[in-house]
Write a protein that binds this ligand. Structure first.
Ligand code: PMP
Length: 448
């Protein structure tokens, strides 16, 4: 029998070197927001598996449904026949869709695969090749989804050439446009629209563009909600040129931002041509999917879509149980209350005379919240601080390290010096309070 330390050593020896880790803990159990190591240490998880276990680790209703399904049917290849949980999950998702036209579904396992499916549908249905994405975007790491990812070169470096025909336009975020953090939303939208316009005039004929992909709250790129006016503009551009609008709600979906899908709050009337979802749909069981309309999906040849594990029965059962909890109404309410509590602390830090010289911006939506620190190598973030104020280096990493040492797990994003807060949506008042006390201490410690 190996000790926890020996298992960690075993992991370092045998788990692919290319897989990074924050810590070498060996986790043996999860419950709610708590994770337990093999040594019995309890950690407070403010990552929820990066927005996956939205209902907390091992939510009893979801685990029970999965356990029951294991005894009925684990797997049926979806091109053999329908299976009941596949259909029942669609039945549960239909009323949750942000637009009534989204009534055709295809399931996959991961977010990246669902993005691949969206690429394939967009190309097949339009007969066009090219895609437009936004700077800072994260859509996955496979060869197609990786080609759409623009947040960090490490995800695909050394693996090219990736899928050709991808054009990247500026996301309406001050960093991506090279303007100050206090630039108005209106101005950000104007600048980003201009960038897109240039691409469609100078780089690719709009008639050759199959789809525009966008995350309504850019995730890896820094937890930046897209201004509603920009989303509406994209819809207009797509309508004008016959381009499909693909909304990637892989990270922002399933009440992460306070509503089932983020676009419900941003642009209630918006019609996505394809909606991509994953992560929170089954609270940790691997299932993802795309939803689209009859006209579009009807253009596909029968047999062109498929895959051995499309819509695994246990994952579907977990997905149904998860929707039952989401649809109870309690989750949205909790996100509203707890996010208010969390932002009050973050905004307090951004206003406090002790710490405000460290902070460039607080942003996010619901429990997809972030704080961006100033960075001396990044002059844009230094706006508004009195000359001569000393800004420490690597604030984000140092704050994260402090929290990890206090057994609070928090994540940075790929974007500069940003920390994100993405706890389970069932987080209670005491847990937010405990985490934010540690976080405040961490920031004050760096300020000293
Ligand atoms: N799209 C978005 C917006 C994501 O955040 C992610 C994962 N972080 C993906 C796609 C890819 O999902 P997966 O890791 O399940 O392949």
């Amino acid at each position: 029998v190996k000790t926890a330390a020996q298992w960690a050593e075993f992991g370092r020896d045998h788990v692919c070197h290319g897989l990074g880790r924050l810590r070498d803990h060996v986790i043996v159990k999860g419950s709610g927001l708590d994770l337990y190591t093999a040594e019995g240490k309890k950690l407070l998880d403010f990552t929820a598996g990066i927005g996956v276990t939205n209902l907390g680790h091992c939510h009893p209703h979801v685990s029970r449904a999965a356990a029951e399904q294991v005894n009925n049917l684990v797997h049926l290849q979806c091109s053999i026949s329908f299976h009941a949980p596949y259909l029942q999950l669609i039945d549960r998702l239909l009323p949750a869709m942000p637009h009534e036209s989204l009534d055709q579904f295809f399931f996959w396992n991961s977010g990246s695969e669902a993005i691949e499916a969206a690429i394939k549908v967009a190309r097949q249905a339009t007969g066009r090749q090219n895609m437009i994405v936004f700077s800072g975007a994260y859509h996955g790491r496979t060869m197609g989804s990786g080609a759409l990812t623009r947040s960090k070169p490490i995800y695909t470096q050394g693996t090219g050439p990736l899928m050709p025909g991808v054009f990247s336009s500026a996301f309406p975020y001050w960093h991506q446009l090279g303007v100050s953090p206090s630039t108005s939303e209106e101005e950000l939208v104007r600048l980003a629209e201009h960038q897109l316009d240039l691409i469609l005039r100078q780089q690719v004929n709009p008639k050759d563009v199959a789809a525009i992909f966008i995350e309504p709250v850019q995730g890896e790129g820094g937890y930046v909600p897209v201004p509603p006016a920009f989303l509406r503009h994209l819809r207009d551009v797509c309508d004008k040129h016959g381009i499909l609008l693909v909304i990637d709600e892989v990270q922002s979906g399933f009440f992460r931002t306070g509503s089932y899908f983020a676009i419900e709050q941003l642009t209630p009337e918006l019609r996505p041509d394809i909606l991509v979802f994953a992560k929170g749909v089954a609270n940790g069981f691997p299932i993802s999917g795309i939803a689209s309309n009859k006209e579009l999906m009807g253009k596909l040849d029968v047999g062109s879509m498929g895959g051995t594990y499309s819509g695994n029965a246990v994952a579907c059962a977990a997905g149904i149980a998860s929707q039952e909890v989401y649809q109870s109404g309690e989750i949205g309410q909790n996100v509203a209350e707890r996010s208010k509590q969390l932002y009050a602390v973050l905004n307090g830090l951004a206003e406090s005379s002790k710490t405000k010289h460290l902070i460039a911006q607080v942003r996010g939506m619901g429990l997809m919240a972030s704080i961006e620190f100033r960075n001396t190598s990044d002059p844009l973030t230094l706006e508004g601080i009195p000359e001569g104020t000393a800004v420490p280096k690597n604030i984000g990493k140092r704050v994260q390290e402090y929290c990890l040492n206090k057994d609070l797990i928090i994540l940075t994003t790929s974007c500069f010096d940003t920390i994100r807060f993405i706890p389970a949506l069932t987080v209670n008042e005491e847990e937010i309070d405990r985490a934010m006390k540690i976080f405040t201490e961490a920031v004050e410690n760096v300020a000293r």
